[in-house]
Design a protein around this ligand. Structure first.
Ligand SMILES: [Zn+2]
Length: 152
């Protein structure tokens, strides 16, 4: 895939540890745009889009924050969520102004033990950029898994 100099710069920055240790791309060899396109296709196959998923993650984040580090029931007990707060902030690699608290949300379906975790920055990257991060990155959200645990 041919990338403009500007696209190339973004791709390189996402692979660097400039904003987050290990970068946003993990060991994914695809370009950031190929990652975004493939993940969008995964969502489409399941009748979901990034905005729907981000909205659901945002609601669960708000629920989790109420627990102050302990589990909180959601969906009438079909799901439970917890928020872990860390010191520091994260910024959007696309250069959006503002920053995101370093907070990890864990969602679990007690019936199956399946879990999914994400940060506030993940929610922004998914909503604004359709970016779930590259394979092997510490905070990649696997779209197929996210749909299965949060939506289906
Ligand atoms: Zn952004």
């Amino acid at each position: 895939m041919k990338m403009s100099p500007q696209d190339k710069k973004l791709d390189e920055m996402l692979r660097s540890s400039a904003l987050v240790a290990g970068g946003f791309m993990g060991d994914d060899q695809r370009s950031v745009f190929e990652v975004i396109e493939a993940d969008a296709a995964t969502l489409r196959e399941r009748g979901v889009n990034a905005a729907m998923l981000a909205q659901r993650m945002r609601e669960l984040t708000e629920t989790a924050k109420q627990g102050l580090g302990t589990w909180v029931d959601a969906d009438g007990g079909a799901m439970r969520v917890m928020s872990e707060e860390y010191k520091g902030i994260l910024v959007c690699p696309w250069g959006h102004t503002g920053h995101f608290d370093k907070r990890i949300i864990i969602a679990e379906r007690p019936a199956t033990g399946q879990t999914l975790s994400w940060t506030d920055l993940n929610v922004h990257l998914i909503e604004a950029h359709g970016f779930f991060e590259g394979k092997g990155s510490a905070f990649r959200v696997e779209p197929e898994q996210a749909v299965r645990i949060l939506i289906e």
